[in-house]
Design a protein around this ligand. Structure first.
Ligand SMILES: [Zn+2]
Ligand SMILES: [Zn+2]
Length: 224
């Protein structure tokens, strides 16, 4: 069973390098508990088959994949969530890693029904603020990471990230296949994300945002 305090999850995330995200670590996967097509159990089996070392299923606004299955008994699984929030007029996704999925404060911000985990249009009507979400993730023992930062419409990504840091943001998703996700709008260069992460000493994580099987190709520089 995954059992980590905040220091440990931060240490683990910090230990990953770009090479790990190319080879055998995928920290951004969706399951049938949100808008993915594979069950959590199918994802774990597929990840084992493909020789991955760590995976995180980060469903939209729900941790039910961890509550309703026993995948946390598998050491390769890091409990995670991807929250929708509004910040400065921008819809922002914040990932939580290493969270206690039974934490009550965290669960207060989770979707109350299946729709709140699925259709983008329904999920637009949420009232979450990064300040509360980051606090809830940290109070649940987790690390808070800004998902796919190049997607956010803001004048300066540096300023945007810096202002989230005052709420306790721990890191940014630096390795993300923007080119494979054509539907995702991109306003900044991935290189800017990496630069900002380095400038502020933020953790740099990576994942494929796969909604199907474990991706055959994990992180590749060309996809940034
Ligand atoms: Zn997202
Ligand atoms: Zn996602």
């Amino acid at each position: 069973m995954f059992n980590m305090n905040e220091q440990n999850i931060i240490g683990l995330l910090k230990s990953f390098t770009e090479k790990d995200f190319e080879k055998d670590v995928d920290l951004h996967i969706h399951s049938t508990y949100s808008d993915g097509h594979m069950t959590p159990e199918e994802l774990v089996l597929d990840a084992e088959k493909k020789g991955l070392r760590y995976i995180a299923i980060a469903d939209h606004n729900t941790v039910n994949a961890y509550i309703e299955t026993d995948i946390l008994n598998n050491k390769m699984v890091i409990p995670a969530i991807e929250f929708d929030c509004w910040y400065q007029g921008v819809l922002v996704h914040i990932l939580g890693y290493g969270i206690d999925v039974n934490n009550e404060e965290l669960q207060r911000y989770c979707a109350k029904d299946k729709r709140g985990t699925e259709a983008d249009i329904v999920r637009l009507f949420n009232h979450r603020h990064p300040k509360d979400i980051i606090k809830a993730i940290k109070n649940a023992g987790g690390a808070a990471i800004l998902a796919h930062p190049a997607c956010y419409w803001c004048f300066s990504l540096d300023f945007f990230v810096k202002s989230l840091m005052k709420y306790g943001l721990d890191g940014v998703e630096a390795y993300y296949p923007y080119k494979r996700h054509r539907g995702i709008i991109k306003f900044h260069f991935a290189a800017t994300v990496a630069k900002v992460a380095k400038k502020y000493g933020l953790i740099a994580t990576g994942g494929t945002d796969s909604h199907y099987k474990i991706a055959d190709k994990l992180h590749k520089k060309e996809d940034l």
